[in-house]
Write a protein that binds this ligand. Structure first.
Ligand code: ZN
Length: 253
């Protein structure tokens, strides 16, 4: 069988896979404990070698997930022979992850969650893109919001297609957020930061005023982002087209 070569056998079930299973289960518990998901919501995946993904199954509450519940698929989302126990299936939302991996060879893990304040802001039509919080700007850049897509539908990958190549964190209209990173824990950390940004933004709006960072400070923070993450000038710059809250960022005003 063409697949045999690529299927991890007992002998190739190396430390990496065990460690990744442990890490994904930890991330799922954290998502549940931190209120970033409810019950079976959300999904996590990571690259497993060059041709496979290790991902959460559909229908299992994330707070109760066990390492053996995880599913191994190919890069098209098909479960590989022996890649799942007890008929477990990946989430239909894996489509979103597949699109992120397809467009981001640099990304090793994807997290999708339903953080309530992030979702609430999208329901209210409030953008998370404005440069308001220094740490958000340095670590995540612009948090853009995608168009609406019916959850689990083929629209899911379509609405992130134009954005995920240049954003590590996206709010999904009425459907939480997706983050990408170098490991499940890295992508999870970005999810916490997205929700934290949303909570602060919502609180500031409730208090009456949202002050955008001054342009010279934005320039300083973007330079820090560029240096910390080794990004090009273009990649580090905020996505002003998505924001429009200030006159717009340029390096040399
Ligand atoms: Zn979802």
């Amino acid at each position: 069988m063409a697949h045999d070569k690529a299927v991890p056998s007992e002998t190739t079930l190396h430390q990496d896979e065990r460690a990744l299973r442990t890490e994904i289960v930890r991330v799922c518990r954290l998502m549940h404990e931190r209120g970033l998901i409810a019950a079976t919501d959300g999904n996590v995946s990571t690259r497993l070698g060059e041709e496979h993904l290790l991902t959460t199954p559909t229908g299992v509450p994330k707070g109760l997930l066990r390492e053996e519940d995880l599913v191994i698929t190919d890069l098209q989302g098909q479960v590989v022979p022996g890649g799942a126990h007890d008929g477990a299936r990946p989430s239909a939302e894996l489509r979103l992850h597949l699109e992120a991996y397809r467009l981001r060879p640099d990304v090793a893990a994807v997290v999708h969650a339903h953080p309530p304040m992030t979702t609430a802001l999208t329901v209210a039509g409030v953008s998370l893109a404005p440069c308001v919080i220094p740490e958000t700007l340095v670590n995540l850049g612009t948090i853009a919001t995608t168009a609406y897509a019916t959850p689990t539908s083929e629209q899911g990958p379509q609405v992130i297609r134009a954005l995920i190549g240049t954003h590590d964190a996206l709010a999904l209209d009425r459907h939480g957020a997706v983050t990408v990173g170098q490991s499940p824990m890295d992508a999870y950390g970005k999810m916490e930061k997205v929700e934290n940004t949303a909570v602060v933004l919502a609180a500031a709006r409730a208090l009456g005023q949202v002050k955008i960072l001054p342009l010279d400070e934005i320039r300083r923070l973007v330079a820090m982002r560029r240096e910390h993450l080794g990004l090009s000038a273009e990649a580090a710059a905020p996505d002003c087209a998505r924001c429009g809250a200030c006159p717009g960022f340029r390096w040399n005003d």
